[in-house]
Design a binder for this molecule. Structure first.
Ligand SMILES: C[S@@+](CC[C@H](N)C(=O)[O-])C[C@H]1O[C@@H](n2cnc3c(N)ncnc32)[C@H](O)[C@@H]1O
Length: 333
């Protein structure tokens, strides 16, 4: 463990005010009511006290493995992150992930980092992992699934393989196979029981609504504002849970696993930014209001931005000092 420096947060009141929910919904690509968090600070690992981490809204400058290994246990609600993809980009920092000699070395390194990440999670904590693939000599390496299965082997529980469909994906010159326009977001949990707020991210019903003229439409509701139980099929055993959820739940149907989200506008000086709309559902379903979200590969701080916009707190870890500063300036606006 590195030495701990003087407290960065001076009082419980200060910690509480840092933890206070921010305005905004997190649904917009560009912040709407976002007021920033002027207290967001970039700390070296030695200055990242347990109190500062627990208060949240800090960017820790350092290597993900070393930093997260020095964090306390069982205090984070959910982790949302996109590690560097294998053999893709140079993030101009010694010790960066993604420059390993082989895919196996890359996977091994990630599994080690996410083992420490799992320790920092509360018992009901979860991980949302966005990861892209790589072609080598025209052959797809299948890295996202290889990483996901290696994580399961290491003790994680895999809950969902979400397909991030990119409607505005870059065109490709390739003519010997389809042009890729998706990536994965794996949803994993630390334990068998975990926090997941399905109602917060429901999506519109596609088949039946109160206004529907189709069989199964308004008649099912009895009268406007009614429910299927009060409609013509009241008492029908067919209205079991799944059917209710599928067609009639007043907040919409349960979120599906294909998420179509366009690449966002923010580029800044960082070139691998994930869209705010991609991770807003992860934050909403993965943590309660006021909860703590960790991103060990913080980049330009998108996870922090959406966390603040959604009334959560964040901890980011980033190896490249320039990116820490970019993220901070994005978060204090
Ligand atoms: C794909 S980018 C993350 C982008 C981020 N999601 C965003 O929206 O801006 C991966 C980031 O991981 C950082 N990184 C690479 N190796 C690292 C390491 N060993 N520890 C911490 N951060 C690292 C890179 O500098 C880069 O900013």
């Amino acid at each position: 463990m590195p030495p701990r420096a003087a407290k960065a947060i001076n009082s419980k009141e200060e910690a509480r005010s840092l933890a206070a929910p921010r305005a905004g919904s997190g649904e917009k690509d560009e912040p709407n009511l976002f007021t920033g968090n002027a207290a967001t600070q970039v700390l070296d690992l030695a200055a990242a006290t347990d109190e500062a981490l627990a208060a949240g809204n800090v960017i820790v400058h350092g290597d993900a493995q070393r930093a997260v290994a020095a964090f306390p246990s069982s205090f984070v609600n959910t982790v949302i992150t996109s590690p560097p993809y294998f053999g893709q980009r140079d993030y101009e920092a010694p010790g960066q992930i993604g420059r390993e000699a082989t895919p196996d070395a890359y996977i091994h390194k990630l599994v080690g980092i996410f083992r420490e990440v799992r320790r920092t999670l509360r018992d009901d904590g979860t991980l949302w992992l966005n990861i892209g693939d790589k072609y080598d000599g025209g052959e797809l390496l299948g890295l996202p699934w290889r990483v996901a299965l290696a994580l399961v082997e290491d003790g994680w529980r895999l809950r969902s393989d979400i397909i991030w469909h990119k409607p505005n994906a870059m065109p490709h010159s390739v003519k010997t196979r389809p042009t890729p326009d998706h990536e994965y977001v794996f949803f994993l949990s630390k334990n068998a029981k975990y926090y997941y707020d399905a109602d917060s991210i429901r999506e519109p019903h596609t088949t039946f609504s109160e206004n529907s003229k189709m069989r199964g439409g308004r008649g099912h509701f009895g009268k406007r504002g009614g429910t299927p139980e009060t409609g013509k099929n009241s008492g029908n055993s067919n209205l079991h849970d799944a059917r209710w959820d599928q067609y009639f739940h007043p907040l919409g149907r349960n979120k599906r696993t294909v998420w179509s989200v366009a690449l966002g506008k923010f580029r800044g000086a960082h070139f691998a930014v994930f869209p705010e709309k991609l991770i807003a559902p992860c934050i909403q379903a993965g943590s309660p209001k006021g909860g703590l979200v960790l991103d060990p590969f913080f980049g330009s701080g998108t996870t922090g931005l959406v966390a603040l916009n959604s009334g959560r707190r964040f901890i980011g870890v980033e190896l490249n000092r320039d990116y820490c500063d970019i993220a901070r300036s994005r978060l204090i606006r």
